[in-house]
Design a protein around this ligand. Structure first.
Ligand code: NAD
Length: 788
């Protein structure tokens, strides 16, 4: 080795510490003790807990434990502020957001140092990533505030929003929550995570300094119990939560039936796929960032390496070499790569998970070298020799632990990538654009990075599929999560319908009818599993028909058939449109027959309902190839294609009233967007849908795309809600049954829409547009390198 090479290999870094003086001065100025920020004022610190520096274990400050009374006071203040804040012009609100962005930039170093002290993340990251992105979010949303009325003409803010955030990106998560909420005209109560409240409190001071009207932003600190007081509070109109899937599910259950808006940004176990034709050095650098950024405490961390078998050995060797050069240590040192974990409890949790993984057969590589003698530090770790069932492959570790597996073919890569309950992000490395862009649509995740990783921007939506949650943060999608249609508040409760009593009591009395309509599953008519049928009565109680009494097994069969038909999602939109037009045409041919059947069931002339149903099918046939995504142009060397994708299998439980249109109005948007459907038609008047089988059969609808199960609406809704093969569920029914549906949908976090006992008049043409299209879809943002 020549002298220069020797020096290069052996040269060590000197210390490059960032000074904590200003942050300490700020903490001292507050006597290191903080109350809550409610109604523009600071409360006197009550019961407190310590916020510690995880790199040293030393206490930084005492933080107040938010009580129910504190939450009540914050909700009261936010409610009082809402009227004035939402009445301001968008321009006025935008100016406040702009002022916040400027103030954050002005105090960027203070924020960055305080964040690093409180969280343990390297100053390099808080200084160069977290805080600049925070400012960017407020700038971006200042613009949304101003353009709101033009871009979302029929929308209004929810009102008071409760926002609960985790500890891994304390100020950034605050910005993702507060900026869009305020831009839309909401007021907020935000609870930071118990480990990291300090930058939120500094932010509150910024709100004071820029003269934000009192009560618009309230910061209540505390633990899970304080969060519970927020999610259960009747005076809050929307909950926005970022955190673990476990707590997200608990919040889904608690808010069920409350009518609160809900967005959930939850955990992940994101695949990082490297094909054999990738630029390997770049892929290694990307991987370092994907998994060791923020010590791996990142919801979208690329924690599952999937590398093509042909390059596996070479890739792993290079990776280990690169891992050995990562520097773990004092987060305030500017040349540190890996800082401190958030808390001792988290270090223990990760060590336990690793022990379990090893007991199940995993090998673990950690580079040599010493960790600091105190503080919460862990070495970067690489786990190999694992099967998909290994704990370390299946569980979100939320630490500096990478799990590596190999694959042979692109198909296998996709299978492995999707073999998880999560669906937050994915990374694909390949120099072959055809391959990368072929894989991206097959990955079930809300964000896909091609030849890059961890790109974030305020203009680009971020959020998950499956159990990674729902709702998006950033860009247009993020704004719509803080807005609702203005007309919703005019909805009245559905008057209770008088039950029709059967005239004939004998179940054997089938009148002149000799046939019971069957179910429609997988393109075939199927007898009900129960062997029982249900009477269909006219308004006078006369028996006019019978349908199968569907049960759990029929729903299971229907869901299975629908899942087998998921190829519908990749059927070209033009073809889907043609099939919907064909359905409309064939229904129109038989309009007299359908109108007569409606009259028989409801006693009312059905001509208009049939005409409206045909029109609705036309409307959504028209939408199939027009409800499109967008291309975002973030300030990075990339574009983000916001692709609209279907949810998957959608369960639909249609209203009793308007037996034909009630089903068609919900079926058509779901189908137009590529979702196979399991439909439970009107419980009282299902014959219009059982008559539809022949129309479906003559309209080229692929088998399994429409499945119809007749029976008791609420019982079948419950089965659909509990079924993990159903991705979305729309339910029209009473408030109580809606609450049941929302609660029962918790297990796989399926996205629900329920009518909550309110009179949604589905004949209204407002339902011909994006209201249901948005609910039938989710947005995947695909980041693609672009430009220089
Ligand atoms: P956590 O779920 O334990 O806590 C998150 C927040 O919820 C904290 O403020 C906590 O006090 C509060 N909380 C706890 N129990 C509550 C309850 N029952 N009701 C209401 N609030 C309650 O998560 P964490 O450990 O702070 O953060 C790590 C998790 O966050 C990881 O799973 C990570 O993937 C996820 N995360 C997701 C995103 C995303 O955008 N998808 C971003 C960052 C972190």
């Amino acid at each position: 080795m020549n002298e220069i090479a020797r020096i290069f290999e052996t040269l060590d870094y000197g210390p490059a510490p960032e000074g904590p003086e200003q942050a300490n001065a700020w903490l001292d100025a507050h006597d290191r003790k903080f109350g809550h920020f409610i109604d523009g004022k600071w409360t006197r610190p009550g019961k407190t807990f310590s916020s510690d520096n995880p790199a040293t274990g030393e206490s930084l400050a005492q933080i107040s434990m938010g009580s129910e009374d504190d939450v009540n006071a914050a909700v009261k203040a936010a409610r009082a502020a809402f009227k004035g804040w939402s009445a301001l012009s968008g321009y006025e609100r935008g100016k406040y957001l702009y002022a916040i962005a400027r103030a954050i930039q002005k105090h960027a170093r203070l924020f960055a140092v305080l964040e690093t002290l409180d969280n343990g993340k390297p100053i390099r990251e808080s200084r160069d990533i977290d805080i600049p992105l925070v400012a960017r979010h407020f700038y971006h949303h200042a613009g949304w505030a101003q353009h709101l009325s033009r871009e979302f003409p029929d929308a209004v803010p929810y009102g008071v929003c409760g926002q609960i955030i985790p500890w891994n990106f304390p100020l950034l998560m605050l910005a993702w929550k507060i900026a869009p909420a305020l831009a839309a005209g909401n007021t907020v109560i935000l609870k930071p995570a118990e480990f990291t409240s300090l930058t939120a409190l500094l932010f509150a001071e910024i709100c004071e300094r820029v003269g934000l009207p009192k009560g618009v932003v309230n910061i209540v600190t505390g633990e899970g119990g304080t969060g519970q007081a927020i999610t259960a509070h009747a005076g809050i109109d929307k909950i926005a939560f970022t955190g673990s899937t476990e707590v997200g599910k608990a919040i889904r259950a608690v808010t069920a039936g409350s009518g609160k808006g809900l967005s959930l940004e939850l955990g992940g176990k994101s695949p990082y796929i490297v094909f054999e034709d990738a630029d390997i050095d770049s892929a290694i650098e990307g991987l370092i960032d994907a998994i060791w950024f923020n010590q791996g405490q990142v919801c979208c961390a690329g924690s599952r390496l999937l590398v093509q078998e042909s390059i596996e050995a070479r890739f792993i060797t290079k990776l280990k070499k690169r891992m050995a050069s990562l520097r773990v240590g004092d987060p305030l040192d500017k040349s540190i790569d890996i800082g401190a974990m958030i808390a001792p409890v988290q270090v223990e949790r990760i060590k336990d998970l690793m022990k379990r993984g090893v007991a199940e057969g995993a090998d673990i590589y950690e580079p040599d070298g010493q960790l600091p003698s105190r503080g919460c530090f862990l070495k970067p770790a690489l786990v190999t020799n694992v099967s998909p069932a290994n704990t370390l492959v299946a569980e979100e570790i939320f630490g500096p632990v990478l799990v590596a597996m190999s694959f042979r073919t692109p198909e296998e890569a996709v299978q492995l990538a999707n073999n998880t309950k999560y669906g937050l992000a994915a990374t694909i490395w390949s120099e072959n654009i055809n391959l990368a862009l072929d894989i991206a649509p097959q990955i079930k995740a809300g964000v896909v990075w091609i030849n890059g990783t961890n790109n974030f921007d305020a203009a680009v939506g971020f959020g998950g599929y499956k159990e990674s949650g729902y709702g998006r943060e950033g860009g247009r999608e993020g704004m719509s999560a803080y807005l609702k249609p203005a007309w919703e508040k005019e909805l009245k409760a559905v008057p209770v319908a008088k039950a029709v009593e059967p005239r004939a009591g004998n179940p054997l009395d089938t009148g002149h009818l000799d046939q019971t309509a069957k179910m429609y599953i997988g393109g075939k008519q199927a007898r009900p599993d129960s062997g029982y049928s249900r009477a269909v009565l006219d308004p006078s109680g006369k028996l006019i028909g019978e349908v199968g009494d569907g049960n759990r097994k029929d729903i299971r069969n229907a869901v299975e058939a629908a899942r087998a038909a998921l190829g519908w999602s990749t059927t070209p939109a033009h073809t889907r449109a043609q099939i919907l037009y064909f359905l409309a045409e064939n229904l129109d041919y038989r309009r007299d027959e359908f109108a007569a059947r409606l009259k028989l069931q409801t006693g009312e002339d059905g001509t208009e309902e049939v005409a409206l149903s045909v029109e609705r099918l036309f409307a959504f046939a028209g939408w199939a190839d027009k409800y499109d995504g967008a291309v975002h142009n973030p300030p990075l060397r990339a574009v983000a294609a916001a692709m609209i994708e279907p949810l998957g299998v959608i369960g639909i439980v249609a209203p009793n009233a308007r037996p034909l249109l009630g089903s068609i109005a919900l079926l058509a948007p779901a189908l137009a967007m590529g979702n196979p459907v399991v439909l439970v038609p009107s419980g009282t008047s299902p014959l219009s849908l059982t008559d539809l089988y022949q129309v479906i059969e003559t309209s080229d609808v692929p088998n399994g795309v429409i499945n119809i199960v007749t029976g008791d609406s609420v019982a079948l809704a419950k089965t659909l809600a509990e079924h993990d093969g159903v991705d979305g569920l729309w339910f029209v029914g009473s408030a109580d049954a809606s609450a049941m549906v929302e609660k029962a949908s918790t297990s796989n976090l399926k996205q629900t829409w329920t009518s909550r006992g309110l009179e949604f008049d589905l004949s209204n043409r407002r339902f011909e547009g994006d209201y249901f299209l948005a609910k039938a879809t989710q947005v995947k943002n695909v980041w693609i390198p672009y430009g220089a």
